[in-house]
Design a protein around this ligand. Sequence first.
Ligand code: KG4
Ligand code: ZN
Length: 337
Amino acid sequence: MPILTFAVETSCDETSVAILSDYNVLSNIISSQYFHSEYGGIVPELASRAHIKAIDKIVSSAFEKSGIKNNDINLVAATKGPGLIGSLLVGYNYAKAFSIVLNIPFIGINHIESHLFSCFIGQDEIEFPFIALVVSGGHTILFLVEGYTNYKVLGATQDDAAGEAFDKVAKMLGLEYPGGPVIDKLAKDGDENYHIFPSANLKDKIYDFSFSGVKTSVLYFLKKNFGNERANLPLNDICASFQKAVVSSLVEKTMIAVKGFKIKTIAVSGGVSANSRLRKEFIKFEKDGFKIQFPEKIYSTDNAAMIGYYGYLKYKHSTNINLESELLDHAFARFEY
Ligand code: KG4
Ligand code: ZN
C-alpha cells in the first residue's frame, strides 16, 4: 500500500496544502496573498491572519482534488522553519493537530531542504552526489548533496538573497511585489548590455555570493541618470541588465563548485529558479555533459508538494529520525550554515 502524505506550507505569503501518494503529487493547492503588493513587501501580521482565514478552504480543495479521504492519510509533514513565525505557526499547528487526531506520524520540515529536493518531485530514485543552488526570496545557498539527509553548505550570500535583490530593485523601479516575475518578463524585451551593473566576485570566498552591491549600483544609476523621475524609464533595458548581473554571478559560482568537486549534476531550486534567463544560462551546460535539474515552474516558488515530497523522502530514508521529537518547541530553529 502506498503512503499517503498530507503536507502543509505556510512559511511566508503562500498558503499551500498537498496530498501525495508515495513520491507522486495527487494535489497541490496554492493560495497567494497578492494583497501585500499594495504595501511593497510582506506585512507579517497580515500574512498570518490571511493564512488562518484561508487554510480550511485550501485543505478541503486539496482533499477534494486528490480523491483521498482524511482518514486514509498515513503521514503528515509541515514546514517548521525558517520563515515568518506567525505564518509558520498557522500551518504547523494545523498539521500537528491533524496528526494527533489521526494518531499518525508527523514530520517538521526545513523549508530550504524541501526546496533543495523539489527538483526531483515525482522521482523515486535520486542520484547522488549533486551540487544544489537554492535561490529564494530569503536565501541563496550552494550545497554539496551526498544523500537524502547528508549535505554540506559550500557557500551562501553574505548580504541580500538573490530574490530579495529582485524584489528591492523592482521597488526602486516602481514595479510591483514580488519583483522577480515582473523583472523576468520586462527583461525579455530589453538589451542586457544597456548598462553593466557589477556584481561582487568575492574572490577569496569562491562559493559565497553578494547582491547588495548590484542593488546599490542600480540605485546610483537611477539617481545619476534619472534623478527622482520614475516615469519613462527604459525599464526593459534596466531589468535585462540587472538580471544579467545576478544570473551571471549565480551561474559562475555554481560552475566553480561543480568543476571543483568534479560533479556532473546541478539542481537549481527556490523562487528565483523560475527565472527564464537563469534556466537558459544553466541549460547551456548540458552540451558539455552536465545534467541540469530544475523543478517544474509551479514547484519553484513556495508550495506544499515539496514539503510532502521531502517529508516522505525523510520518512523513508532517515535512519535516525525520531518522529516523537518533532515537537512544536523545535519548530522554529533557524537554518544553520
Ligand atoms: O522560494 P520563494 O517562493 O519564497 C521564499 O522561500 O523566499 O521565493 C520567492 C522569491 C521572490 O523574491 C521572487 O521575486 C522570486 O522568488 N522570484 C523570481 C521569479 N519568480 C519568483 N525571481 C526571478 N525571476 C522569476 N521568474
Ligand atoms: Zn521558499
